[in-house]
Design a protein around this ligand. Sequence first.
Ligand code: SAM
Length: 216
Amino acid sequence: MDPYEEKRRRMVERLREELNISDKVARAMMKVPRHLFVPKNYEREAYVDTPLPIGFGQTISAPHMVAIMCELLDLKEGEKVLEVGGGSGYHCAVVAEIVGKKGKVIAIERIPELAERARQVLKLLGYDNVKIVVGDGTKGYPEDAPYDKIYVTASAPDVPKPLLDQLKPGGRMVIPIGRYEQYLYIVDKDEKGNVRKRIWGPVRFVLLVGEYGFKD
Ligand code: SAM
């Protein structure tokens, strides 16, 4: 019996009312126990719609941001998805629920301790369609490229070229851009490889640090 089920249900209902999220995103968020992805002392706040500290100066994104990014990505069953900024592993668990057993999520995280913690929780919950990699996600992960969808959960100076190269024609990327003033962008690559970038709206993320990111 999950003692947080009722709180999780209320959180998802609020997200549905406020954001009009789709059934598939709501269902995925109802399945993933966010309280297991936050440090023990924040467990009771896990179903408040806010980012929470996960150590090393990083945060687990707010549930509404996870929901919005999943909607913007227009995720489908069976897709192969790259996440840059795996953090706690929560967001990639939600995506893993949506793409299902035939899909795959590869999450890159630059802080090894966070990656290890995420790996343990995801294993405990039985997510075998998820792979957590330690490294600089601004360079993408060519080993499993190309990807149907890519999303970045830390704010970049611009769209990193390797990520664009590793996106399939017809694919989509969702990425926050900016240091002090940040906007979430939707980046579409058409079948001919032409790229179209448009703004969704203002957001607040930690910075993406790396070769094609900020320099710390
Ligand atoms: N999606 C995460 C979750 O569900 O917990 C939240 C991620 S947090 C907002 C952003 C993460 O991006 C941090 O864990 C940070 O260490 C990571 N990060 C920053 N720069 C990175 C890079 N170049 N490569 C991989 N991860 C990076």
